[in-house]
Ligand binder design. Structure first.
Ligand code: HSE
Length: 434
């Protein structure tokens, strides 16, 4: 049986999971692939720490160059993360004629065009299945299973940390800070959780999904990203009263020549399948013109689930090598570059949830109602809920509004005018309804 040598850069959580999986399931993998995948070297600056994986003598080295230069290694697996050293190693591996497997969403979202172009020139594969959805093989499904579909829409819960926090805020009515502290205690959230809670981890994944689905590199600067850091448990509770769950959602949707790529907290109807995705789980719902709605659900992070997808990619590349041809040289097609573009955020149309803390005085409702009307924003429901504990502000009533579909730019212009009118006492809250 043909043998393919694999080297791993980074012996952290995922690196250890991949090494363990490759060593443990080696025979099963060989039977399925018809190729033997042989782990030859792992590079990490820390060669002492016990990761719970027993490696053959001499496999763990300090210097990544040893892995990249090894003539018996054809596939370099980058699991270092970050955008500087990792990029350098990937580009050096490509230049050395190695195929690359990576889980590095931040790097590909920023420098994907450069990396895939280099891979194309060198005639090598760059696989990145574990960059989106951890153990959920959504990248492969979009590339292969759904290749014959026009993708109309993708909705994703793509960050386990945020989904855990939002689930606890919704089910147990605890505030954001307490839910975040609990996520950190359980090891889901990093000590610096910014990338997750500010929405950028989800945005990197959304950029890759949108680029794959629509055949152009989505520029990071054009993606609308809002995190959950400032989300109030008051709004989670009001949303619940209206029959919604709040989720950090990536929405990707084509509208003619424009593609909306939007990341932010959104209200999902309680009966929607995505509303039942709780805790650290992720899910991606794809709507294709042929397949209709399709849902993938699973663990979006963690040692073994992420290793599962990385090993699937290694297997594919090993088969490509055995077959004599890299298949995904231009992993993200640029067929629509110059033809499709990202929809400007103000042009996005959606139903919205709005909370206004209004002055308890005659004429208040008429005032904000008139302003919404002037900007073409139509109110579908308006309710005044009792205060939730802790949110009391004297002589102020919380008014919760659901709108009919409205342009975001119109909604924002209306909210700015409402603020100027003096009828609200706090910053209005607005979230899209899916
Ligand atoms: N930190 C991410 C999450 C996993 O919580 O889902 C890596 O993208």
């Amino acid at each position: 049986m043909t043998k393919t040598g694999v080297g791993i850069l980074g012996f952290g959580t995922v690196g250890a999971g991949v090494a363990e999986g490759l060593l443990r399931n080696r025979e099963t993998l060989a039977q399925r692939l018809g190729v033997e995948v042989e782990l030859r070297k792992i590079a990490d600056l820390d060669t002492e720490r016990d990761r719970g994986v027993k490696l053959p003598e001499g496999m763990l080295v300090r210097d990544a160059a040893e892995v990249i230069a090894d003539p018996d290694i054809s596939i370099v697996v980058e699991l270092i993360g970050g955008t500087k050293t990792a990029a350098d190693f990937i580009l050096r591996a490509i230049a050395a004629g190695k195929h690359v497997v990576t889980a590095n969403k931040a790097l590909l979202a920023e420098r994907g065009a450069e990396i895939f172009e280099a891979a194309g020139k060198a005639g090598v594969d760059v696989y990145f299945g574990a960059s989106v959805g951890g153990g959920i093989p959504i990248v492969r499904v979009l590339r292969e299973g759904l290749a014959g579909n026009e993708i109309e829409r993708i909705d994703g819960i793509l960050n386990g940390t945020c989904n855990y926090i939002l689930t606890r805020m919704g089910k147990e009515r605890i505030p954001f800070d307490a839910a975040l502290a609990d996520a950190q205690c359980k090891g889901y959230a990093e000590a610096d959780p910014s990338l997750d809670i500010d929405g950028w981890d989800t945005a990197h994944k959304a950029i890759l999904l949108a680029s794959l689905a629509y055949g152009f590199y989505v520029p990071k600067a054009e993606v609308d990203v809002t995190g959950i850091r400032r989300l109030s448990s008051t709004d989670v509770q009001y949303a619940d009263r209206l029959g919604y769950c709040v989720k950090l959602l990536a929405r990707i949707e084509r509208d003619g020549d424009e593609v909306e790529v939007d990341v932010g907290p959104a209200l999902v109807p309680a009966g929607h399948m995505l509303a039942s995705v709780s805790g650290v789980f992720n899910a991606v719902m794809v709507h294709g013109d042929l397949v209709d709605d399709m849902l993938l659900y699973g663990r979006g992070a963690g040692r073994a689930p992420t290793a599962s997808t990385v090993i699937g990619d290694i297997g594919d590349v090993a088969r490509n090598i055995a077959g004599g041809s890299p298949r995904y040289r231009n992993a993200i097609s640029t067929a629509n570059a110059g033809h499709l573009r990202v929809k400007p955020r103000g042009e996005v149309r959606s139903e919205f949830y709005i909370r206004l803390m209004v002055k308890d005085a005659p004429g208040t409702f008429g005032c904000f109602g008139t302003i919404f009307g002037k900007h073409g924003v139509s109110i579908r429901t308006a309710s005044s809920f009792p205060f939730v504990p802790g949110s009391e502000i004297l002589e102020t009533i919380p008014v919760v509004i659901e709108t009919h579909p409205a342009r975001r730019a119109d909604l924002e212009a209306a909210l700015a005018e409402i603020k100027r009118s003096g009828v609200v006492r706090c910053e209005p809250v607005a979230m899209r309804i899916v």
